[in-house]
Design a protein. Structure first.
Length: 277
């Protein structure tokens, strides 16, 4: 399976690169990174729909931003090489370093996670993954039952196990993400993560102490009732994958179904919302 690489030149770059990234993620783009003022985004060739892509570009007309792009075809065998040339280690508060298999470990960090991203979301480079990792590092997850919804590479689930959790469910709707998550769990010697392919209906009738969901706003909104039903009493729900301007909309909806607001955190234009049952 080949992939398409889009190199976007955006003027002004901020905040429009983040906004474009959010829109593209909703039409199956993955593996974003920024380099020298250019936003690079990838999508499998069979998932690319020109009409959806053009609709997103047209939505920026008249908003004071200029977007141009170059499209390249990346042969399947060259996908990892493309990542390796652009994947730099992610460092979070000297507590955690997220590296690729070809990086050297840095012993100054308390924890190291090795991630081979392939086409899955979740390397720590994106602000939302960073926010979630930062939050997990503050938690004692021993004897907790955890759900990582929209697990991608499995980086959040892996970090939860590093934080002492021994009962973790990781779910993603994409089969190749599940395969990637399993591979990364093996690489990081994780034995307590069950990775499954499917949607939110997989958790019906199940209970968790903490749920992490780093997806996009619309999917989070559609999942909220099930998250509420699947949380144990006093359970915590961590949501990310949306802009700081979306916090109030999600908070109002969450409170309307019985969740309690705890706090928010932001990084650049992106946000994380913490709720409790």
């Amino acid at each position: 399976m080949n992939h398409l690489e889009f190199q976007f030149n955006i003027k002004p770059f901020h905040p429009w690169s983040d906004i474009l990234m959010a829109y593209l993620s909703e039409i199956n783009f993955h593996g974003f990174y920024e380099k020298e003022g250019v936003l690079n985004a990838f999508i499998s060739e069979i998932e690319f729909v020109q009409e959806d892509f053009q609709q997103i570009l047209d939505s920026f007309d008249g908003k004071g931003v200029e977007i141009s792009f170059v499209k390249n075809i990346i042969k399947h065998k060259n996908w990892n090489a493309s990542w390796e040339s652009n994947f730099s280690p992610v460092e979070i508060n000297e507590e955690l370093c997220i590296i690729a298999p070809f990086h050297e470990r840095n012993e100054k960090f308390k924890r190291t996670i090795v991630i081979q991203p392939k086409m899955s979301f979740g390397t720590g480079h994106h602000q939302t993954t960073y926010l979630m990792c930062e939050a997990i590092l503050q938690l004692d997850l021993r004897e907790k039952k955890i759900l990582d919804m929209g697990a991608g590479t499995g980086v959040l689930a892996i970090l939860c196990e590093k934080q002492g959790c021994t009962d973790i469910t990781a779910i993603d709707i994409e089969e190749w993400s599940v395969e990637n998550c399993i591979e990364n769990c093996i690489t990081n010697n994780c034995d307590h993560i069950i990775s499954s392919c499917g949607d939110v209906d997989l958790i019906a009738g199940k209970k968790f102490d903490v749920i992490f969901a780093n997806i996009n706003k619309n999917i989070l909104k559609s999942h909220l009732k099930q998250y509420f039903m699947s949380l144990n009493k006093n359970g915590l729900l961590y949501l990310s994958g949306f802009f700081s301007t979306d916090i109030n909309e999600l908070r109002v909806l969450a409170e309307s179904i019985g969740l309690k607001y705890k706090s928010t955190n932001t990084k650049d234009e992106w946000a994380m919302l913490i709720l409790q049952k």
